[in-house]
Design a protein around this ligand. Structure first.
Ligand code: M6R
Length: 614
């Protein structure tokens, strides 16, 4: 989704801003722009539809001097991708330039009022309305920029992360946030701004995470000042960034997605590190231990998430019900927040999110907290909004994920949920010791087993060539592998743009089997587990209708090899850990099909990495 970069200091701002925009490209965008106060004190806005490279081409012969500037990548919400709708937006007098992430919900009313007062608009965006409002307020109150921003933000309804600069005022950037992340990097005599840490990390590891309704005044050679929109001054809390620069680079891989798929043995080790003891006999999650009574006495677990994180949540449902004997409901955050759900004060709500910034998940958390439930976050991005708005939680610790299609974050989420289920089940005494120890032991073998599947990359690549031109795909699984069928289908559609559906295998005969003919590839996960025989029967039903089966099987399964059209063998494991292995061939198959189709794998069309608008 949209990205923000800002700089004020002693260096030339433009190269820092453009590099920052490139770091944010992974979020998905359709236009880019910068605003600078040039050395001659002019305020210039340079922007264009397209990629950061298009912006650089456009800016080549323009004045890009100046030591203060703001920059933006836009993911269209109000108004199509175009030069006019790209950010930054000027105010009427062209004295102010503003960038904005989020949505101003009451923009239409404010716009109508401003038009009545003689303001004209050049774009269809809500952002232009905000900058015009700030200018109008500044004029009628004859006040400074900070006060005008503060008064304006009291009038707007919606979500925002903004940064604004003013002609003739080269010493100040004003920035503010509500429901959309904004981070300030603190250097020596310089400040950086970012909608996430990636444009900041190579300059400093000292950051301030702005909170909702806070406005920051970043002034040259002065300490940062933070004041709320209700005019309460806050003491800035400086934190240390956990991200490092190498996480932002491809390290020899053609795409971030492939790099992230191959990182999984290591990311899962890091996810388990310090949580499973050296003897391999115990799982400790401090977030659970600190609140163990809540978990022991929970009436129910509600899991809220979106997209791939929701699929991880479905696996959580199987884990918590099987081992902890707690009823679980898994909800799309976007539905949960609007459907007047029944939430009890002794419910545990688990919010799963890679980015920790998903707008719908944040809103669902707010609802749950208002109802008095205990909210636990499972997030990857340290310091993001969800961990800061939940009662407790566990980080997934898999490093920065850049590919829009989530891979390593998913397996880390499933690993954390597994460790949570084990820790709670132990406290509740709902798991036999032998089972508990067996799963912990097997969890520690998972990274090596994933590596074995990654070694099949060339075979999967070859297989992908056969199916590159398929129009549709079906993915089937049952039990713990059913969410993996959904996830496999999502991976394929989001990066290859091939239509794909995931189903529980036994549901086929209730309708979808009508789709099967000799052109339909059916990816079926059929590993050795308690429902293996049933899945084999479901596969036979597909085969009888000439569907083309690509089977994900346990190593050495001669039964399925005998009738499947193609197969990928994966190591055997305990049933509840199956998803950690069966998801890997799904990721590789989707990746190679997308590459064969020449798709933009890391930045697929229409998608954003972090969905900060609802
Ligand atoms: O950051 P989150 O985990 O909250 O994001 C949720 C979804 O937007 C995300 O999983 C999305 O579905 C990915 N593109 C899937 O690959």
């Amino acid at each position: 989704m949209c990205g923000i970069v800002g700089y004020i200091g002693f260096r030339e701002a433009y190269p820092i801003l453009v590099k920052g925009l490139r770091r944010l490209e992974y979020r998905g965008y359709d236009s880019a722009g910068v605003a600078l106060i040039n050395h001659d004190n002019k305020l210039s806005v340079l922007k264009t539809k397209g990629r950061v490279q298009d912006l650089e081409n456009y800016a080549k012969d323009k004045d890009t001097t100046g030591t203060i500037g703001i920059a933006h990548t836009r993911w269209a919400t109000h108004g199509e991708p175009s030069n006019a709708n790209a950010h930054p937006h000027y105010s009427q007098s062209e004295n102010l330039a503003l960038i904005h992430n989020g949505i101003i919900e009451n923009y239409a009313v404010i716009k109508a009022e401003l038009i009545d007062k003689g303001y004209t608009f050049h774009s269809s965006t809500d952002t232009e309305v905000l900058v015009q409002l700030i200018e109008y307020i500044k004029k009628i109150n004859n006040c400074d920029l900070f006060t005008a921003v503060q008064l304006a933000l009291n009038q707007v309804v919606g979500a925002y992360a903004i940064a604004i600069i003013e002609k003739g005022n080269p010493d100040n950037i004003i920035a503010a946030r509500k429901s959309s992340p904004l981070i300030i990097g603190i250097g020596e005599g310089e400040y950086f701004l970012g909608s996430d840490a990636s444009p900041i990390v190579e300059y400093t590891n000292k950051v301030i995470y702005l909170d909702d309704e806070e406005i920051a005044i970043l002034s040259r050679n002065k300490d940062p000042k933070i004041v709320t929109i209700s005019n309460i001054e806050k003491t800035p809390e400086i934190k240390e960034l956990e991200m490092n620069l190498s996480q932002l680079e491809r390290g020899g891989y053609p795409h971030f997605m492939l790099k992230e798929i191959f990182e999984q043995p290591e990311t899962l080790r890091s996810c388990m590190s310090g949580r499973i003891n050296v003897e391999g006999t115990n799982v400790t999650l401090s977030g659970i231990i600190d609140h163990k009574d809540k978990f022991i006495n929970a009436r129910r677990i509600l899991i809220i998430a979106c997209g791939t994180s929701w699929h991880a949540g479905l696996i959580g449902e199987y884990l918590f019900e099987e081992f902890c004997r707690i009823p679980v409901e898994v909800e799309y955050a976007s539905e949960f927040r609007y459907r007047h759900p029944v939430i009890y004060s002794d419910d545990i709500v688990i919010a799963i999110s890679q980015s920790g910034e998903t707008a719908d998940s944040l809103a669902a958390i707010e609802l749950a907290r208002k109802a008095g439930a205990f909210v636990y976050g499972v997030c990857n991005v340290v310091g993001s909004s969800i961990p800061r708005n939940t009662d407790s939680g566990s980080y997934t610790h898999c490093g920065h994920e850049i590919g829009v299609a989530s891979t390593k974050a998913f397996t880390a989420q499933v690993t954390v949920l597994t460790m949570m289920a084990l820790a709670i089940a132990k406290e509740k005494q709902t798991i036999e010791e032998a089972k508990y120890l067996e799963i912990i032991k097997e969890l520690q073998h998972i990274p090596d087993k994933i590596q074995k599947i990654l070694d099949l990359n060339d075979k999967i690549k070859e297989l992908s060539l056969i199916f590159t031109y398929a129009q549709n795909f079906i993915y089937l699984g049952r039990g713990y592998n059913y969410p993996i069928a959904l996830e496999g289908a999502l991976k394929l559609k989001e990066i290859s743009y091939i239509h794909a559906e995931g189903y529980p295998a036994a549901e086929m005969k209730h309708g979808p089997i009508a789709l099967i003919d000799n052109e339909m590839p059916v990816v079926t996960i059929a590993t050795h587990n308690t429902i293996y025989e049933k899945v084999v029967s479901n596969m036979k039903e597909i085969k009888a209708r000439k569907g083309r089966i690509i089977a994900i099987i346990t190593e050495g399964d001669e039964t399925i090899k005998a009738f499947a059209d193609h197969y990928i063998e994966i190591p055997s494991t305990v049933e509840c850990l199956d998803p950690l292995l069966s998801s890997i061939p799904m990721q590789l198959l989707a990746y190679h099909i997308a590459v064969n189709k020449n798709r933009d794998v890391d930045m697929p069309r229409n998608l954003a990495k972090s969905v900060t608008v609802e």
